[in-house]
Design a protein around this ligand. Sequence first.
Ligand code: BES
Ligand code: ZN
Length: 489
Amino acid sequence: MGGRTAGSAAVLGGLGMEAMDRLASRREAALEDLVAFLAIPSVSSVPAHREDVRRAAAWLAERLERAGLEGVRVHPTAGHPVVTARSAPVPGAPTVLVYGHYDVQPADPPDAWTHPPFSPRVADGRVYARGASDDKGQVLMHVLAAEALAATGGIPLNLRFLFEGEEESGSVHLHDFVAAHREELAADAVVVSDTPMFAAGVPAICYGLRGLAALDVTVRGPAQDLHSGVFGGAVANPVHELARLLAALHDADGRVAVPGFYDGVREPTPAERAEWARLPFDEAEFLRTTGSPRLFGEPGYSTLERVWARPTLEVNGIAGGFAGDGRKTIVPASATAKITCRLVPDQDPVAVVDAVVRFLEARAPDTVRLEIVRHEADPGVLTPLDHPVVAAARRALAATFGREPVNIRMGGSIPVVHTFQSVLGAPTVLVGFSLPDERFHAPNEFFTLDNFYRGTEALVRLWLALAGRDGAGAADGGAPRGGEKEHTP
Ligand code: BES
Ligand code: ZN
């Protein structure tokens, strides 16, 4: 599948060339590693997979050791383990924290997979498995890139690695972990590969993510299910009351109707709106990916603006009463909805949840009881684009993919990114190599191998560029050469 990107020899010095050659000659071994990693069902949110998550952490730690990294540790937490490592110190060179997650989403429904999710299948230049693109493939790319440099003269800057096993279940213990290890994790910037490129062949630097706030709402009525002939009509039905509450959360146009929900929302700047309008966005393709009959969303905003820069409230699922085959004539005892809100800067996550809770409590009739359980609430994040890591990433991506990367935000969430800002004071640059249609969280997830290999080369270039070793001058704003203070945000 192709060799090095044409033209790389022109800008890369000896160290870079050797690292690139090493990557090119070891693609088969890299794929074997990927298959082995993906075969471990590290589903963080399912207690039965606890031991598998631990095995994935151990596999990763062993692989980091083999890559020549130092201080590899598997830290137990109250949840799943955190894996850390670092490169050999290079005094005066920048320090970058690399973050990723080795846990995956559940693979259900199993019947929807054409091949078992944890028996990775390599076909058509892709590897199919749960976690292939989100995020194990991209985690491994970082290990491989570091290994290639370590084996060919050394990693030219200070890399610290932080890989967690709970991202897909909300990163609940990672904030405290980062706070407790802030000295070891201190860095000028954080680089994360856990996002898609903008499109096939269009590399992207992502500078914004939405946050996430979650709550469960339960409406309780009778003490247990009742015969609907004996009691129906004389007591309130919790499913009806929940449906009424949920229906009130949005207006007919799709705006959230909760007073205060949009408080603090920072509008995308005119420059952002103009830049996004120029992106090669294929709305018909986006619609096709969804499988919905038509797109729908808040008036006054484009599709990209809606998913990147506007907050939303989604009912993720409803449970209650009887919905099996056949018939069961009851007034159900209760009904529950799981709700998540995607948040943008500068919404206050707790204030948003408070507003939703107040709204529901004010509307719930006294014929039922309302129970609300609040879960995590993490804010949206934005990273400045004038950081040296961004300049270095631009050069690395352009040289690798043969086209300038686009600057984008994304609508997904990576909770710890805000912690990196607030606890470490370090900005996070998101440089991802998956594709938007690679079925994150869905059946038949896959990763495109060409991007796996090329992205690994891009990461080598990124580290060389940041160390001022990619042949580009500092005149374009990048390539700090030591003096860490000067590129501290
Ligand atoms: N890799 C995603 C985040 C992502 C997806 C960013 C698409 C940009 C575009 C990550 O693993 C994820 O799915 N996060 C969860 C977080 C939640 C469980 C707290 C999400 O966004 O739902
Ligand atoms: Zn992910």
